[in-house]
Design a protein around this ligand. Structure first.
Ligand SMILES: Nc1ncnc2c1ncn2[C@@H]1O[C@H](COP(=O)(O)OP(=O)(O)OP(=O)(O)O)[C@@H](O)[C@H]1O
Ligand SMILES: [Mg+2]
Length: 288
């Protein structure tokens, strides 16, 4: 059984702080990009503005980020992962701004906050057998002291996502189905034993059947492993199944946020209502 390392990792913060300090605190971030004018130069324009989200140390929190294409979801997710520097605001990990973290703490942050991407194909190197992604993670983060420990952890992670086939690690990315690749990406994230996963449209590229399967895995990641998730999607019907809270982005601005139930059943912004109305699924208000 994979267990989260929350218990022994919290030793790094003062006990008094441990209860009040958030795991990840994304504070009023903004991001601008230079838009290209005819002569090459242009003005800076915001693609994300005043965005905040907080995850507590207790875990098991799924917060969804929804909005149409181009609304700024991936930008927000990449900033939360520390992959993109915000123009305004700060990202705090265990109370410390990540931009001024010393190497060792930054490594811990990189390990604790993992990404699962929309298109798992792009995450694999086509020339390597898929088992390589685990060895890469181990080489970078050195989580396991021995080869045997590493092997056990890989096996556990694969078991958790239902990929028990013996030969799977020896295959090349193109020899896997889309669902297998996506589950493998989740397994890779679990192998690192994170506390938070940023999942950017993890089910948008798979068919309805697989979508349900992957959503079930994500729900077990939350409930059995105690991991929190920032779940990015444009599809409210999947979001409502697993998220406790929903943040709605529109043109880079938060137009609504709150408990999933009230956002869905009683939206206060017309854009949210539009999203709900355009949700194709049977009934977005039915939770698991
Ligand atoms: N590197 C970049 N340079 C300039 N503009 C960018 C860059 N990356 C993103 N943008 C712009 O920022 C805006 C938000 O993009 P983002 O990828 O965050 O949206 P999204 O909500 O994830 O969309 P989708 O649902 O299509 O994935 C878009 O208008 C996009 O064109
Ligand atoms: Mg995106």
């Amino acid at each position: 059984m994979l267990t989260n390392q929350y218990m022994n990792k919290s030793g790094s913060v003062e006990l008094a702080d441990a209860e009040t300090t958030s795991l990840l605190d994304v504070r009023a971030i903004g991001k601008t990009y230079r838009s290209r004018g005819n002569l090459g130069a242009g003005a800076d324009s915001y693609v994300l503005r005043d965005f905040s989200v907080r995850f507590e140390q207790s875990g098991r929190q799924v917060i969804a980020l929804v909005g149409e294409s181009g609304s700024g979801k991936t930008t927000a997710g990449r900033i939360a992962l520390g992959l993109l520097t915000p123009t305004d605001g700060d990202v705090l990990y265990l109370g410390r701004p990540i931009r001024e973290m010393p190497r060792r703490e930054r490594k811990q942050f990189r390990r604790d906050v993992q990404a699962v991407a929309q298109d798992p194909y792009s995450a694999f190197n086509p020339f390597y057998r898929v088992g390589h992604i685990f060895h890469l993670a181990q080489r970078k983060l050195r989580m396991y002291a021995t080869k045997a420990e590493e092997r056990d952890a890989i096996e556990e992670a694969l078991g958790f996502v239902g990929l028990e086939e013996r030969d799977i690690l020896a295959r090349y990315p193109h020899q896997l189905s889309g669902g297998e690749r996506q589950r493998l990406m989740i397994a890779r994230a679990l192998f690192v034993r994170p506390r938070l996963i940023v999942a950017d449209e993890p089910v948008s590229m798979v068919d309805a059947n697989l979508r349900l399967q992957i959503l079930e895995i994500i729900e077990r990641v939350r409930s059995e492993l105690g991991i929190s998730l920032l779940y990015i999607s444009h599809d409210l019907s999947t979001v409502y199944k697993i998220a406790s809270d929903i943040i709605v982005l529109h043109n880079g601005e938060v137009v609504e946020s709150g408990p999933a139930h009230s956002v869905i059943t009683n939206p206060s912004h017309p854009y949210t209502q539009l999203l709900i109305d355009s949700t194709p699924s049977p009934d977005p208000t039915v939770r698991w």
